[in-house]
Write a new protein. Sequence first.
Length: 198
Amino acid sequence: MSDFTLQQLDDAYQDYFSIEHAISINARPLDIALPDAAALQNAIPAPFLMASEASNLNNSALRSLNRLGELAEELALYLQQQARKIDLLLQYVLQQQDSNSQRYSTLSYGGSGCSFLADIALQPMQVLELKIFLDNNDGAVFCYGQVLSSEPADGQWQIKVVFNRIREEDRELIVRASLHQQSRLLKQKAEQRQRQDT
């Protein structure tokens, strides 16, 4: 489906849970119709493709090692250290893709979309080019979205965006990152409760 209605955008925004957490994104309004899947594939900068592929390889390699049992622990540790080196290098390369003039921090994000504060309102249905920089070396995603709404918020505008043109593996990356962040937050809350109880 190439043309979405506002109701379809709203429905799509509800498809996945979202977590209230700040991550860095770039959002650039485009004066074009929503690009198709082929145009998205051609537009993705090489560092984003590399980051996605590296994340998928790390996850599948560690899953395979888990089946080997105790003997795999040292090998898994070694592979994690190598993956960490690659992550650091990719993080540096991705920082070159981050534009100060287009940078925002999310209020929330999830597999369907994100929300952020901006100084100006954006029109509903406006197409945005998005670069999403996930925390904790969870990766980075390039996709296209459309504005669902712009609402006044503390002298700024809260913009809700639906990820409308996104590779399925990149959506899974965002979902995994949001689940990891949720588990980190739950762990922090549990530790705080334990400290308060003692």
